[in-house]
Design a protein around this ligand. Structure first.
Ligand SMILES: *Cc1c(COP(=O)(O)O)cnc(C)c1O
Length: 345
């Protein structure tokens, strides 16, 4: 791996971060706060939130089994995705490599930051080859994006290939594990110590059932977390979000229960889909959604809209011709979908 300094944009490496009032004084013993130009009325919403989200990171560290120094929290994973471009990629010069198809935000953030985005098509079984990714990387490639289970294909990427990319690539590997809770594959989180160039993304938006609060997690070396923390907005995670996330972590058993139910429902839906005349192929999934190839994706999508059911039409995505992406819902919702598709002709 190149050194973190070599991988970081020089202006970011030199940057002296904004110092907020809450950075300067963060102790709990004081009782009179006249340092941040806040309004003393309208408790509890009058005070700025903790810029480093200490309480939340402490709770998270117990569940994720990594110390707070290895955790970055942002306004959704999307913030972390944008920040890695801003931290590590020189606009107009550097490039990144990613599998295709995958989550659309990597390319959007690359485009916004004027960073070349090099796509490598997955194989027909939606797997990838580490060597093919490494072959399109050059000395200006700062990051490789992997997503496992991948969106929209739903499958886990081969662990041996992921490890090969991490080991053989000189730059940073961003491994998006947004759907790992639904997979039987273990997270790479427990192996973070082995891989100084690995950044793992996870989110409160999927298994945690908290898409509305906008909270994403990045796990990486202390050095990488330091760089991201330095360039984030000072109060990027608001107080309501921090509180709600802590409450959620206190009832982690709920998340485990939801995941178990959703995996069962995924099986139910997939089995029913295989039997439908309008379904040509159901792709195996390790996530809370699956991809199905149908006779006519556009027509069936529009038909379902008419029935009040919205799925995602992935027809125009690489390798996903005539494919719909279906999120697993409650039994009632899933049964409605199956019922509607049975009626379709
Ligand atoms: C849904 C999703 C996310 C979550 O993004 P948030 O900004 O945290 O809501 C991240 N990565 C992938 C691949 C996703 O599908």
């Amino acid at each position: 791996m190149k050194t973190l300094q070599e991988l970081t944009r020089p202006n970011i490496w030199r940057l002296k971060p904004y110092s907020s009032a809450r950075d300067e004084y963060s102790g709990a013993s004081a009782s009179v706060f006249l340092d941040a130009n806040e309004n003393p009325y309208n408790l509890p919403h009058n005070r700025y939130p903790d810029p480093m989200q200490r309480d939340l990171k402490l709770e998270l560290s117990k569940i994720k089994k990594v110390t707070p120094a290895h955790i970055f929290l942002g306004n959704g994973s999307d913030e972390a995705i944008d920040l890695v471009f801003r931290a590590f990629c020189e606009p107009g010069r550097d490039n990144v490599v990613a599998i295709d198809p995958t989550y659309g935000m990597y390319q959007v953030c690359a485009d916004v930051n004027d960073v070349e985005y090099r796509k490598v098509l997955l194989h027909d079984d939606f797997q990838f080859s580490a060597d093919e990714l490494l072959a399109v990387a050059d000395e200006r490639t700062k990051m490789i994006f992997l997503c496992s289970p991948n969106n929209p294909t739903g499958n886990d990427l081969l662990r041996s290939e992921i490890i090969k990319v991490i080991n053989d690539f000189e730059g940073l590997v961003i491994l998006d594990e947004a759907y790992n809770d639904f997979s039987d594959e273990p997270s790479f989180l427990s192996e973070l110590g082995k891989y100084p160039n690995l950044i793992i993304l996870q989110t409160f938006s999927k298994a945690f059932g908290c898409a509305a609060i906008r909270l994403g997690m990045a796990f990486a070396s202390e050095g990488i977390i330091g760089v991201l923390s330095k360039i984030k907005y000072p109060y990027n995670v608001n107080q309501l979000t921090q509180q709600q996330a802590i409450e959620m972590l206190h009832k982690y058993y709920e998340i485990e229960r939801w995941v178990k139910i959703l995996k069962e429902e995924r099986g139910y839906l997939e089995e029913a889909f295989v039997e439908l005349p309008c379904v040509l192929q159901v792709f195996p999934s390790n996530a809370n959604f699956f991809l199905a190839r149908v006779t006519d994706a556009v027509k069936i999508y529009n038909y379902l809209v008419g029935e009040g059911i919205i799925v995602r039409n992935r027809n125009s995505i690489s390798l996903c011709g005539n494919c719909l992406r279906v999120t697993v819902g409650t039994r009632t919702e899933n049964a409605k979908l199956i019922g509607a598709l049975k009626k379709y002709q």
